[in-house]
Design a protein around this ligand. Structure first.
Ligand code: WT7
Length: 669
């Protein structure tokens, strides 16, 4: 919790308020603040009764639950635990025989612009067939399956098929390295990998299957019996006999057999998935989510936060490799019976107007993206009229969303004016991999909006801001964000590491049962609105991607021929939110020329890309003959943060072992 103090300082006051207009209020599922307040009051008065009612209303149970919340083994909370359901049946089978059956489930736009549509009925067929493939490969309920796929209909099918047979998936983002993949395979004890030969991004063909081979070859992955390969492109891929099969081969092998696959009921607490995310140590955490509570949240927040209506076209731009792509691509929209757009490519290819063009073409009504994308598209629009959103008809839009990092008020205003044409509420949704879905967010038909604020907790979310001892702080005072009562979609444990789960999220000093989010926050004095001020641990947020400083440090020092010591901090960046800055001590001493420094910096960047993935590459690298340390040998990270920002040094440096190195660290490569 090294920079809590920074967060307390930054209490910027934002006075603009945008209440929902008549269009937003009209017919909203939660219309007006009194409706929101009534739900909050209901949750406060009868917490379990409230959640039981929601779970009955939004989830189809094959075996109804009788227990709502079991707190006997807190913080290992259990929800609806004697109930049974199947998550895939809640996303697909549930709609059969309803008007949703023949509705378009997914509008897929490929990198090259090709559009494919699939109805709910056809998606059920594809998921069932693929679930049969998994069964034929011997994969069973409770097995772990790693998914390393591009953004395609097939990626969603792979996840849904796992859910259908009760296998626990662990999706690894296609930008992660072979080493990162190997670590996740080992930690999860996965029996199979589902991948594609290649992925297409920005007109380029990038390998996936070859990275799977490389990851497995690093060793320790003996648990893997099967690798299933979706042939996304015509390019060849290398086959390991007896282990690898293309989707087509695997499906052909089932020729003549039933295309149906009965969904396997699982207990509400059955692990639906594990998703690895960065924490404050070098090792990523396998965030484990349950089935019942998670599915409830995915469905409920589609209704509450996005006010989903039957004729909406929903588009969440997140990749399935992140939690946003789980809850608001693979599960939420399907559970809610929405038509959704899935996009394979990148926002700047073939031009930076691609998002706006797609909104026009597919008549998107709810658009959900990250501040980093907005900021980069603002830049592009400002430098090139041709990609300015005014060139496209965005009148289909009804609601805009933001996710992943704080949205700065300037970007918020641009989004509001240029994309929403001042008619669309912006839901700035605060949540985390661990929360499973939105926890603090405006409701489009109720909450008056304040740019840069995620406003108020959802009904039943007991969010608060406290000091180190867990004591409530008054409005206006910065502190730590906590959630005082459990909620259905919360993280259940860290896979293989329940002790770390307790230590990371439920600090003893606060009594051991209160969820610590890891973010600093402040509530406004007038409305009590929450504003997130940033992480209070050693986690960075780069373009909405979560990275641990320790992970990057470990990667750097693993370059043993070059690096003696490394420290990583974040600094603010106009486009990516935060940028990675590395301070490096080389074994051979400081580079003697700019040219040498640049060469080594380039070598270290590609090394980090190989160890973790390109997203973790340090933007700035600074070389010193040592790192600034106190006499007791502690790295002065606050000082490093000031240097990284290019700030004047105000800290007391008299305790520095060697003050001369401050000078050396002034130059970034
Ligand atoms: C961290 C969680 C939320 C899913 C995608 C990221 C930051 C997220 C907001 C927001 C301010 C936000 C927090 C959080 N964050 N949304 N609306 N306003 N900050 O999930 O990778 O688990 O990262 O992202 O710092 O702790 P994640």
């Amino acid at each position: 919790m090294s920079n809590t103090n920074n967060n307390i300082e930054s209490v910027l006051v934002e006075n603009r308020v945008f209440p929902p207009d008549a269009r937003a209020l009209q017919g909203a599922r939660i219309s007006g603040m009194p409706a929101y307040e009534a739900l909050c009051a209901e949750a406060a008065a009868d917490f379990e009764g409230f959640w039981a009612r929601q779970a009955k209303e939004h989830v189809v149970w094959t075996q109804p639950f009788t227990r709502t919340l079991d707190e006997s083994n807190a913080p290992f909370y259990q929800w609806f635990d004697d109930g049974e359901l199947n998550v895939s049946a809640n996303c697909l089978d549930k709609h059969m025989g309803t008007p949703v059956e023949h509705k378009t489930a997914i509008v897929f736009e490929a990198d090259d612009g090709t559009v494919t549509k699939i109805s709910y009925r056809d998606l059920l067929g594809r998921v069932s067939q693929f679930a049969n493939v998994l069964k034929a490969e011997g994969i069973q309920k409770g097995d772990r399956v790693v998914i390393y796929m591009p953004m395609t209909i097939e990626g969603v099918i792979a996840m849904q098929a796992c859910a259908r047979i009760g296998a626990t998936h662990s999706v690894v983002f296609g930008g992660f390295s072979a080493k990162a993949l190997q670590e996740r395979i080992i930690d999860a004890g996965a029996v199979a990998v589902i991948t594609a030969n290649y992925q297409l991004r920005g007109g380029k063909e990038l390998p996936l299957k070859a990275i799977v081979d490389e990851g497995i070859a690093l060793g320790g992955c003996e648990s893997i019996k099967t690798v299933l390969v979706y042939e996304r492109t015509l390019s060849d891929w290398k086959r390991v006999e007896g282990r690898d099969k293309s989707f087509t081969e695997a499906l052909d092998a089932l020729e003549g057999q039933s295309h149906e696959c009965a969904p396997v009921p699982v207990g509400a607490e059955h692990p639906l998935f594990i998703l690895y995310t960065s924490g404050s140590t070098g090792k990523p955490k396998g965030v484990q989510h349950a089935s019942g509570g998670y599915l409830l949240w995915a469905k409920l927040t589609m209704d509450w936060t996005f006010d989903l209506r039957p004729d909406d076209v929903f588009w969440c731009t997140a990749d399935i490799g992140w939690i946003t792509g789980h809850t608001y691509v693979a599960y939420g929209p399907l559970a809610a019976g929405a038509t959704q757009v899935i996009f394979e490519g990148i926002p700047t290819f073939p031009h930076a107007g691609r998002f706006w063009q797609m909104i026009e073409q597919h008549k998107v009504s709810i658009f959900y993206t990250a501040p980093t994308a907005i900021r980069s598209l603002i830049k592009a629009a400002e430098s090139d009229e041709k990609v300015h959103p005014k060139n496209w008809d965005l009148s289909s839009l009804r609601i805009l969303g933001s996710v992943g990092e704080p949205i700065n008020p300037e970007a918020w205003m641009w989004y509001h004016r240029n994309i929403g044409h001042e008619k669309c509420p912006i839901v700035d949704t605060f949540w985390q991999t661990e929360t499973g879905g939105h926890v603090i967010t405006p409701l489009p038909g109720a909450t008056p909006l304040v740019p840069g604020s995620c406003t108020l907790p959802l009904p039943g979310i007991m969010a608060a801001i406290v000091d180190e001892t867990g004591k409530d702080l008054p409005h206006g005072a910065g502190g730590m964000l906590v959630i005082k009562r459990p909620w259905p979609s919360m993280i259940r444990t860290i896979w293989n590491d329940p002790e770390r789960f307790k230590k990371s999220y439920f600090p003893e000093e606060m009594g051991g049962t209160i969820y610590l989010a890891g973010d600093g926050a402040v509530r406004s004095e007038d409305r009590g609105y929450f504003r997130i001020t940033g992480r209070i641990d050693d986690v960075l947020n780069v373009s909405g991607h979560r990275l641990g400083t320790m992970e990057i440090e470990s990667a750097l020092v693993a370059k043993t021929d070059l690096v003696a010591e490394a420290a990583v901090v974040g600094r603010p960046d106009d486009v990516t939110g935060e940028a990675v800055c590395a301070f490096v001590v080389l074994k051979r001493g400081r580079p003697t020329s700019d040219e040498e420094a640049r060469k080594i910096a380039a070598e270290l960047r590609s090394w980090v890309a190989k160890e973790i993935g390109p997203i973790a590459k340090p933007k700035d690298i600074r070389f010193g003959e040592n790192l600034p340390k106190t006499r007791s040998g502690k790295i002065m990270r606050r000082l490093l943060r000031s240097i990284a920002k290019g700030e004047a040094i105000t800290q007391d440096t008299s305790t520095l072992e060697n003050p001369a190195i401050l000078e050396q660290l002034g130059q970034a490569y």
